[in-house]
Write a protein that binds this ligand. Structure first.
Ligand SMILES: C[S@@+](CC[C@H](N)C(=O)[O-])C[C@H]1O[C@@H](n2cnc3c(N)ncnc32)[C@H](O)[C@@H]1O
Length: 268
């Protein structure tokens, strides 16, 4: 790939995450970041980096534990949303625009590096894993939350890849939600890796409300719909509806869907 085609693929990915209204999605799974901060053991006063911070969930959770926090994301609009949230909550966090494949920090700059459903979307996975470890001090911790391929969100991303394949093709993000792949990515950089399977539960008034909410707000789903003609949109709606119905545990006329993710705590 040429430098120019790399740049245009990056721009396409940034546009995908800027489309819709991501804060309305990130707000749903605040608890994932709060749990990860407990698992990783945030230490007050220590330096924490949240990679691919989106609207700021993990960075804000670390700031609530009195850490010195930086959040980084490659979509300026999301960095701005995160700053607004931090100001509203009276939390001190530095949010900046940057690329997870080229973290703009010196080696060993942080005591903890977090990423919630974030670094998993970077196309060069080995490079991203190397960057997480490079900016972490020896003895510091990496904390990740990654959707698993077989869980609900894994299936949603499967649909997105089927209906709106990216060009150039990228490795599947949900591989980050499997233990063997985490060991392949992080093993050479760290001294230990602990994993735990966890769930996040979505709740919607109806299947239709669920599909519409994701279509309107979640960048990858929003983009997939925008690339399809009417027939394609109907087919994607039908497949998405089927995935939701198959996962629905509510037993009533509402929707309760648990989505599996892998929580990872690694020590450098
Ligand atoms: C599903 S969102 C997760 C956001 C946030 N961590 C959360 O928990 O809500 C994925 C985020 O990854 C960011 N992202 C994807 N690729 C990136 C890259 N190469 N560098 C920085 N951020 C990236 C997107 O902009 C988006 O904010």
């Amino acid at each position: 790939m040429t430098a120019e085609s790399n740049r245009s693929a990056d721009t396409g990915r940034q546009q995908t995450w800027a489309s819709g209204d991501y804060a309305r999605i990130g707000n749903l799974w605040i608890l994932v970041s709060e749990s990860l901060c407990e698992s990783v053991g945030i230490v007050p006063g220590r330096r924490v980096l949240d990679v691919a911070s989106g609207s700021g969930n993990a960075a804000l959770a670390a700031a609530r534990r009195m850490a010195v926090v930086t959040g980084l994301d490659f979509v300026p609009e999301l960095v701005q949303q995160a700053k607004v949230r931090a100001a509203a909550d009276r939390l001190e966090v530095t949010f900046e625009v940057g690329d997870a494949e080229r973290l703009p920090y010196a080696d060993a700059s942080f005591d903890t590096v977090l990423s919630v459903f974030g670094v998993m979307f970077v196309p060069d996975q080995q490079r991203a894993a190397h960057e997480l470890a490079r900016v972490l001090r020896p003895g510091g911790r990496i904390g990740l939350a990654n959707w698993t391929p077989d869980g609900f969100m894994g299936q949603v991303f499967g649909l997105v890849r089927e209906y709106a394949p990216s060009a150039p093709a990228t490795p599947s993000p949900t591989e980050w939600g499997t233990e063997p792949h985490i060991h392949r990515l992080l093993g050479r950089h760290v001294t230990s890796i602990d994993t735990a399977e966890r769930h996040w539960t979505f709740r919607f008034a109806s299947t239709n409300a669920f599909v519409e909410y994701f279509r309107n707000n979640f960048g990858p789903v929003n983009r997939a719909f925008s690339l399809l003609d009417m027939g394609g949109q109907r087919a994607l709606t039908a497949d998405f509806t089927e995935v939701i119905n198959n996962a629905n545990e509510s037993g009533a006329d509402t929707v309760v869907v648990r989505s599996r993710y892998l929580e990872v705590v690694a020590i450098r």
